[in-house]
Design a protein around this ligand. Structure first.
Ligand code: MN
Length: 448
């Protein structure tokens, strides 16, 4: 039986940033493979192979060898959640596995023999960035197995120790360790939300908690943030940034420096610089002309009853369902909801057209309920369908971003079935913690 009971028992999730263990129910056609270099009490490499919703895991003290002559000890350890495949960072002192974890290799694996992780042996192929070809795992006693490279064109005399950087962030072990611990939060006690008594430290702690959930949406996407060095009423949008930080990337477009977050520390660094709201582009920096997210921001007349707002959201969902577009829902933190649709890449022009056509279809199908006019006085008893966020250079609120609004709400991913029970502004920095322990409603966003 694959389960994560042992994994969860060994860890205190209030202290470590490792993900909570939930068995994935998704049936992946390709099985994930990762290796993490882990400098803990002892230096070792963790080999993880996806099987039945978890990562079957082995600690390999010397790491894999590319030569069939070497038989490397691989100690079978507790199963890990698939979300562990994104984990890179430090595990605090005193916690299980305390030390530094680097994402060493990733890709897919495929069994070429019967899969039996109780008795073995298992033959398989790895298609990673650094490890490739045929391998086998042979059990010889209790939890002790041997990891052996099988003969094929991928054998070589290369030493695993020659790879010293992360496959994900290009950082060395030292850089990962320093980065995670170095962010020095200045004025932690400064009150940002006056009435709610929420400090800069509270906001920093919140982002530290959700940084791994936010990262897939921020990674390589140009951003704008809302900075608030003093009062919320004096906050402003930041679109351009000149920085030499390793955690933040720059991209020049028409002579202007746009920026993006490279890794989780980049989020925390932004918070240190008083950026508290994150807004993202619809495309990635490596494919800037090809957006892959469609966004609708449903912003109702302030006096429209919540029942009507929800009805309005459901109407849009119906249209999207009919178009076979899988949509994801989140709270806005204000009066409305946001609907996101992951797409195969398209052009900005086409995206704008799709968004406009859907908005118009909504207006035609349900007359008098919607408007695409931005003016607030044109919104009476109606919902403004903001589809204008699908244009090049426009941004939309990043999932899990805090909003600088009353009660410090979060723009939080929710399940469609929760639409009737969760108000657009009811998830806040003060009550979100319990929710974060549960499965992420948008977990499959980039796999749809
Ligand atoms: Mn380990």
């Amino acid at each position: 039986m694959n389960n994560l009971k042992k994994y969860n028992e060994k860890r205190n999730f209030n202290k470590t940033n490792e993900p909570t263990g939930i068995v994935s129910k998704k049936k992946n056609t390709k099985l994930k493979y990762i290796i993490q270099h882990h400098i803990a009490r002892k230096d070792h490499y963790d080999l993880r192979l996806e099987y039945k919703g978890v990562f079957i895991s082995f600690a390999v003290p010397k790491g894999p060898s590319f030569s069939p002559k070497d038989k490397r000890l691989a100690i079978k350890v507790e199963d890990h959640p698939l979300s562990y495949g994104n984990f890179e960072g430090t595990i605090p002192k005193g916690e299980y596995g305390a030390g530094t974890v680097m994402l060493f290799d990733k890709g897919f694996w495929e069994p070429t023999s019967k899969v039996d992780f109780e008795k073995g042996p298992i033959k398989f192929t790895i298609n990673g960035k650094r490890l490739k070809g045929a391998w086998s795992l042979i059990k010889y006693k209790e939890n002790n197995w041997l990891l052996i490279k099988e003969k094929d064109k991928y054998i070589n005399s290369n030493n695993i120790k020659n790879y010293t950087t992360s496959i994900k962030t290009d950082r060395t072990m030292e850089e990962i360790a320093q980065n995670t611990q170095k962010i020095n939060l200045t004025s932690p006690d400064k009150i940002i939300f006056e009435k709610e008594k929420i400090t800069k430290k509270d906001i920093f702690n919140y982002y530290n908690l959700v940084k791994d959930k936010m990262m897939p949406y921020l990674e390589n996407r140009l951003i704008s943030t809302i900075r608030c060095p003093n009062k919320i009423s004096e906050s402003f949008f930041m679109k351009h940034l000149n920085t030499n930080s390793k955690n933040i990337g720059k991209k020049k477009i028409k002579n202007e420096n746009y920026y993006y977050i490279k890794n989780e520390n980049g989020i925390l660094e932004e918070v240190q610089m008083n950026s508290y709201e994150f807004h993202i582009w619809g495309s990635s920096t490596n494919n800037i002309k090809k957006p892959n997210i469609l966004v609708f921001d449903l912003d109702p007349d302030e006096k429209l009853p919540i029942k009507k707002v929800r009805e309005g959201v459901k109407n849009l969902k119906k249209i999207l369902d009919n178009l076979k577009l899988k949509s994801y829902l989140k709270t806005s933190g204000g009066k409305g909801y946001h609907i996101y649709i992951p797409l195969k890449t398209t052009s900005w022009k086409k995206l704008d057209k799709i968004a406009k056509n859907i908005a118009n279809l909504l207006i035609e199908t349900y007359p008098n309920k919607y408007t695409t006019n931005m003016r607030k006085d044109m919104r009476k008893n109606k919902i403004f369908i903001d589809y204008f966020r699908n244009r090049e250079g426009a941004t939309s609120c990043c999932p899990y971003s805090l909003r600088l609004k009353k009660n410090a709400p979060i723009s939080c991913p929710i399940y469609w079935k929760e639409l009737d029970t969760i108000k657009p502004n009811s998830i806040t920095i003060k009550n979100i913690k319990e929710r974060l322990k549960k499965r992420d409603p948008w977990k499959d966003f980039f796999n749809t």
